[in-house]
Design a protein around this ligand. Structure first.
Ligand SMILES: [Zn+2]
Length: 121
């Protein structure tokens, strides 16, 4: 059975779906993963990195936390969800549309030796 994780901003009533909590012997979780076991880890997927950084920037100074699904309250289930599968939520693509952070800084560096290839979801 999969247990999902959520990054919440309680000031803005928004939640970012983090995917399945994988504990690999750690408690409560070692990492989160969206997709199958064959999909690259989150850090190797550009869109997932961008979504997380946008969420952190937008909610600077706000009350944020990470919770597993059984730790979510009824109120939190009513937050606007980013990346989930509800009709009331917003897709990762729509969330990133027009975000100035996509153009901040220099261009992408060449991949370092041993780095995982970058792919879209
Ligand atoms: Zn916020």
């Amino acid at each position: 059975m999969s247990i999902y994780g959520y990054l919440n901003c309680h000031d803005c009533c928004q939640t970012l779906w983090l995917g399945k909590a994988l504990n690999h012997g750690h408690s409560p979780s070692a990492c989160f993963h969206i997709g199958t076991e064959n999909d690259l880890p989150h850090w190797a997927r550009t869109q997932l990195n961008q979504v997380l950084w946008k969420f952190l920037a937008e909610h600077t100074g706000h009350g944020i936390d990470v919770r597993l699904e059984h730790e979510m309250t009824d109120e939190m289930w009513g937050y606007r969800e980013i990346g989930g599968d509800t009709d009331e939520g917003i897709s990762f693509e729509a969330y990133l549309a027009g975000w100035p952070g996509l153009a901040a800084g220099g261009s992408l560096p060449e991949a370092e030796p041993g780095a995982a290839p970058d792919t879209a979801i």
